[in-house]
Design a protein around this ligand. Structure first.
Ligand SMILES: NC(=O)c1ccc[n+]([C@@H]2O[C@H](COP(=O)([O-])OP(=O)(O)OC[C@H]3O[C@@H](n4cnc5c(N)ncnc54)[C@H](OP(=O)(O)O)[C@@H]3O)[C@@H](O)[C@H]2O)c1
Length: 310
């Protein structure tokens, strides 16, 4: 069996496609034969060592979190999933390992794949869908009829947020790169502004400002917020974490493996309320170079990179 792994923290040059033996199943663990996996910016950050406190110093370390596939074995105490189930989910950060023929993950991070979804479409969902869902509904408690501004509305988290908010009956405005306004319009975003917009033109218009990029200055977000507005960021920087701990409108979202939330995201995708474009599909044997290219280009401009084992 093959997986992408690395023997030291570092840049794209440390990634290797190598043989491995899947970990033993503990209580609550599930082994999944991966049919598709998806890349996220955090894959690169974690491989660079940005989360050493969680990921430790034991090597080799595997890569990849988001996957869809077929349950191959279950550990003791697993009751919701059975061998043969078609599923989607995320591996825990401490193990990772979705860029592989098989992955072991915790049952709580895995849900049944809606029959309407391909494995590729399902693999694209977990991280971005969960982050957007928990930002909008757990953190911001978005209500139907409210107005939300999504900064970076055409990225993975941004697109998921726009669609989940719209399906919930919210009005959605957002930012995108100059030249991408037509694509944003197709998603129903209104108003649409460039990344370097003037917040004064949008003063006090939004109940929720969701910075999916982590680059919107807090002053700008405050200007755009209504008096009881909520401001959510995906960036867990020390300053943001400190601000998030204080009373006030600002919170950082850190996606958590909450089964009911992943189920809600999967349900929305099954109903075609949530669709994430796929930019590129590559076999596992070519994934190291595709991941390197994605990382060096800085962003998945046209959608997700999907990796197909087997
Ligand atoms: N806290 C958490 O739990 C959590 C979970 C998931 C993701 N994240 C973080 O959230 C961020 C977004 O993730 P993603 O998966 O959505 O990434 P992505 O698909 O690469 O999207 C990034 C978006 O940011 C836009 N962008 C690039 N430069 C910008 C700028 N200067 N100003 C405004 N927007 C800019 C990109 O636009 P172009 O495509 O036009 O360049 C793109 O739309 C990443 O930093 C990721 O690490 C955090």
């Amino acid at each position: 069996m093959k997986r992408i792994q690395y023997h030291q923290y570092g840049g794209p040059e440390v990634m290797r496609l190598e043989d491995f033996e899947p970990r033993e199943l503990g209580a609550g663990d599930v082994r999944v034969r991966v049919r598709a996996a998806a890349a996220n910016p955090m894959d690169f950050g974690i491989r660079n060592g940005a989360m050493k406190m969680v990921t430790g110093r034991k090597f080799p370390r595997a890569m990849g979190y988001d996957f869809a596939g077929i349950v191959e074995a279950v550990g003791s105490g697993v009751t919701r999933l059975r061998v043969g189930d078609e599923v989607l989910g995320g591996a825990p950060i401490k193990w990772s390992g979705a860029f592989a023929d098989v992955v072991v993950a915790e049952e709580k991070g895995i849900v049944t794949k809606p029959a309407e979804l391909s494995f590729e479409a399902a693999a694209a969902l977990p991280t971005v869908g969960l982050t957007a869902y928990q930002a909008l509904f757990t953190k911001a408690r978005l209500q139907p009829g409210e107005a939300v501004f999504v900064h970076g509305s055409l990225g993975g988290v941004g697109r998921a947020a726009v669609q989940l908010a719209s399906a919930h009956g919210a009005r959605v405005g957002g930012s995108c790169r100059a030249g991408s306004a037509d694509e944003a319009r197709e998603l129903g975003i209104d108003p649409i502004v460039d990344f370097d917009f003037d917040p004064a033109a949008l003063a006090r218009r939004f109940d929720v400002v969701f910075d999916t990029v982590g680059k919107l200055p807090i002053k700008q977000a405050r200007t755009m917020s209504k008096p009881n507005g909520r401001i959510i960021s995906t960036a867990p920087t020390p300053v943001n974490m400190a601000r998030s701990a204080l009373p006030g409108p600002f919170q950082v979202v850190i996606a958590q493996a909450v089964t009911a939330d992943i189920e809600a995201v999967a349900r929305s995708a099954g109903k075609a309320e949530l669709e994430l474009p796929i930019a590129r599909t590559v076999p596992l044997s070519e994934a190291v170079s595709a991941l390197t290219e994605l990382e060096q280009n800085g962003s998945s401009k046209r959608g997700k990179l999907i990796i197909l084992p087997g």
